[in-house]
Write a protein that binds this ligand. Structure first.
Ligand code: AMP
Length: 190
């Protein structure tokens, strides 16, 4: 099974991806986690990404596409994967289609987790408290930019998949359990 999870920061993509990993035995490919690891390791990509991430802006498409192309070719992704945080722009979505097509595979489903914007701020502030500010981009100032970036650059990705008939929207405002059940229902139908 190959899935994409779409949704603004704080929508619960990471939490839902972890559950899907446990239930379906597929890997979670979080581009945010990959970038944070590159920052921690002090690689060239990490050094370039850090300032962009701290602002809440997006790392350039070509960098992200190279990262994901390399990652989906690793053996642990052969059984399937959940993309969490990628694609974030329409050019990334188009590049992903090409990447998968050349490998003779396709996405089974794109799940958009929808949330009320007012709730997002509360959730992300809670996350900042719980993680003790472990994520440099979980600050209120950066959050506003990340939501604006989502609206402008990532919301069109949902339209892109909707136009191809692969998108299912799930209401992300309920409890973790309720959202998981809604995702399970979508996957059963798919
Ligand atoms: P996330 O953990 O998914 O919220 O990602 C944290 C940050 O990493 C984002 O705010 C971006 O700066 C960067 N990032 C993660 N994934 C992507 C992507 N697909 N394209 C561009 N930037 C990304």
């Amino acid at each position: 099974m190959r899935l994409v999870l779409l949704g603004p920061p704080g929508a619960g993509k990471g939490t839902q991806a972890e559950r899907l990993v446990r239930e379906h035995g597929i890997v979670q490919l979080s581009t945010g986690d990959m970038l944070r690891a590159a920052v921690a390791a002090g690689t060239e990509v990490g050094r370039r990404a850090k300032t962009v991430m701290d602002r809440g802006d997006l790392v350039p498409d070509d960098v992200m596409i190279d990262i994901i192309a390399e990652r989906i070719d690793r053996p642990d992704a052969a059984r399937g994967f959940i993309l969490d945080g990628f694609p974030r722009t329409v050019p990334q979505a188009e590049a992903l289609d090409r990447l998968l097509a050349t490998r003779g595979i396709a996405l089974d489903r794109v799940i958009e987790i929808t949330v009320d914007e007012g709730m997002l701020k509360d959730r992300i502030e809670n996350r900042a408290r719980q993680t003790g500010g472990a994520r440099a981009d979980d600050t209120v100032a950066t959050l506003h930019n990340r939501i604006a970036v989502y609206r402008k650059q990532t919301a069109p990705v949902a339209d892109y998949y909707r136009g191809r008939g692969t998108l299912s929207a799930v209401d992300g405002m309920g409890s973790i359990e309720t959202v998981s059940a809604a995702i399970a229902k979508v996957l059963k139908r798919a």
